[in-house]
Structure formats: structure tokens, C-alpha cells
Design a protein around this ligand. Structure first.
Ligand SMILES: Nc1nc2c(c(=O)[nH]1)N[C@H]1C(S)=C(S)[C@@H](COP(=O)(O)O)O[C@H]1N2
Ligand SMILES: [Mo]
Length: 263
């Protein structure tokens, strides 16, 4: 790795061909780049996969996203995407100020569980001031408070076959002609256990507003805005995305966005 004296961003910008020749010359731990045997994947998927593996190799599993100071919070978190879900399930919870909300953990786990908002708020909390980057070209620095996902995954006892964590949301994006298209997202277990991955219920010292995902939204701080699901009701451990949406691991991924979405 020491031979890679090029910044991560520039390195990632070189593209598949430039990156692979540079890497093969410098560092043999990247031998996955030589694997051309998988004919099934399309070119875009190969590029996404390359970005994911290169970022994982370069960034390190435990590296923290930058945290900021209070004085760097310039405005409220700009709401984007769904701001006021209108599915019946969400409207019913909202009518009772989310007193009946339960966050479920299920799928490839030994101990499926569900937690009320009060239970989540009673768990050890983490507060972090981070920058949210939306692919539409804006950023916001905001203070998020919530409980780390890692201990909840431990309590659920993940089965060895689990590879990804899917977050299911209440809001309907309204683009499906025949069925509702509910927002969903996913990450791998490395991001799931990352210390800054929290189930956030607080924003800038207040209860998380509806516009920003109340009662609970996920923060995966090393990823772009669309990887920060709002209005989450279920966390599902899976070994594949094929049964969800169009199978790409997230609502926006199904429309062509990169799955890893790292910053
Ligand atoms: N459930 C849900 N989560 C979502 C979205 C959404 O529309 N629905 N939009 C995503 C996008 S593109 C961004 S930039 C952020 C916006 O979060 P904010 O409204 O708190 O700024 O949420 C992400 N998570
Ligand atoms: Mo976004």
C-alpha cells in the first residue's frame, strides 16, 4: 500500500483500466481485479463492484468519517426526497406521536427482536456532527444522535450466511405503476458494525423531525445521502438483494445509482 502515493479521490477517478494497471503494478493484494471470469455482470455493475472493493481496501473498515464542531453547523438539515410519508401505516403511527412504533430486526438472525422508541432512546447514545452529501450537489453539516447499530446486531445474533443489512422504510416513492415502491436501502456488515452507524432519533439537539425521517433514520456516515434511509421500520439480514425491488440493494440503486455510494 505504501507505494500508492496518490490521493484516494484521484485514484478512484482513474477509472477501471487505469486503476487496475496501477494497482497490479503496485500491490498484489488487489488480485481480484484480474478476475474477468464473471460474464454475467454488466459493465456498470463491474465498475460499481470495483469502486466498492477499492474503497474497502483503501479506506479501512474502522476509519471514521470526519466529525465537525458545533460552530460548523450553518443551517438546519435540508430535507430531501420524502418529507411527509402518506402510507396508512405511517399516518397511523404519526397520529399517536410514534408511541406505537417498533423497530424490527429479522431475517438471517438467531434472535429476531423489536424495540420501541423508548427502548432505543434508553440504550447508550452516540452523538456525531457530520456532513451529509447529496448527489444532487448539496451538503449539510448536522448533529445526529442515536444508538449504534452494532450492539443491536450482536443481540440479534447474525447467522453466518448473512452478508448484507437491508433497511425497510415506510414511505412510498410513488413511481410504481402496479404496486407501491417503498424506499429501501442496504449496507454490508462492515458498515453495519461501523462505530458511526447509528439509528438516529435526534437531529441538532431536537427530536428527529418528520421531514428528516422520524421517528428513526439510519446514518451510515461514509456514504452518500441516498444511503441514509429515513422512516425505517425493519432491519433485515440477508444474503442477497434479489427479492427486493429490482434487486440492486436500494430504491435509488434500482434506478442506476452505485450500491456502495462511498464518499
Ligand atoms: N425513506 C427515505 N429515505 C431517504 C430518502 C427518501 O426519499 N426516503 N432520500 C434520500 C436522499 S436522496 C437524501 S439526500 C437524504 C435526505 O435526508 P434529509 O431529508 O434528512 O436531508 O435521505 C435519503 N434517505
Ligand atoms: Mo440525496
Amino acid at each position: 500500500m505504501s507505494k500508492l502515493l496518490v490521493s484516494r479521490r484521484r485514484f478512484l477517478g482513474l477509472g477501471a483500466v487505469g486503476a487496475s494497471s496501477l494497482v497490479l503494478a503496485g500491490c498484489d493484494q488487489f488480485d481480484f481485479l484480474g478476475d474477468r471470469s464473471n460474464q454475467v455482470r454488466d459493465v456498470l455493475a463491474q465498475a460499481n463492484d470495483l469502486t466498492y472493493r477499492v474503497q474497502r481496501a483503501l479506506v479501512g473498515n474502522e476509519v471514521l468519517a470526519r466529525e465537525y464542531s458545533e460552530s460548523e453547523i450553518r443551517q438546519g438539515q435540508r430535507p430531501n426526497g420524502s418529507r411527509d410519508p402518506d402510507t396508512p401505516e405511517y399516518l397511523a403511527l404519526k397520529a399517536n406521536d410514534f408511541a406505537d412504533y417498533r423497530l424490527r430486526i429479522m431475517g438471517l438472525v438467531e434472535n429476531p427482536a423489536s424495540y420501541s422508541l423508548a427502548e432505543l432512546r434508553n440504550m447508550p447514545a452516540r452523538t456525531q456532527i457530520t456532513r451529509h452529501d447529496c448527489v444532487e450537489g448539496w451538503s449539510c453539516i448536522a448533529k445526529w444522535t442515536g444508538t449504534q447499530l452494532g450492539p443491536l446486531l450482536d443481540a440479534a445474533k447474525i447467522k453466518p450466511t448473512a452478508r448484507f443489512i437491508v433497511f425497510h422504510c415506510y414511505d412510498n416513492m410513488g413511481t410504481g405503476l402496479t404496486a407501491p415502491e417503498l424506499y429501501y436501502e442496504s449496507c454490508d456488515l462492515v458498515d453495519g458494525y461501523h462505530p458511526q452507524t447509528i439509528l438516529a432519533y435526534g437531529l441538532n439537539g431536537q427530536t428527529l423531525p418528520i421531514a428528516n425521517g422520524a421517528p428513526v433514520r439510519v446514518r451510515v456516515e461514509r456514504a452518500l445521502g441516498y444511503k441514509q434511509p429515513k422512516y425505517v421500520h425493519t432491519i433485515e439480514l440477508v444474503d442477497s438483494f434479489s427479492q427486493f425491488g429490482r434487486g440492486k440493494g436500494g430504491y435509488w440503486e434500482d434506478y442506476g445509482y452505485d450500491w456502495y455510494g462511498g464518499i
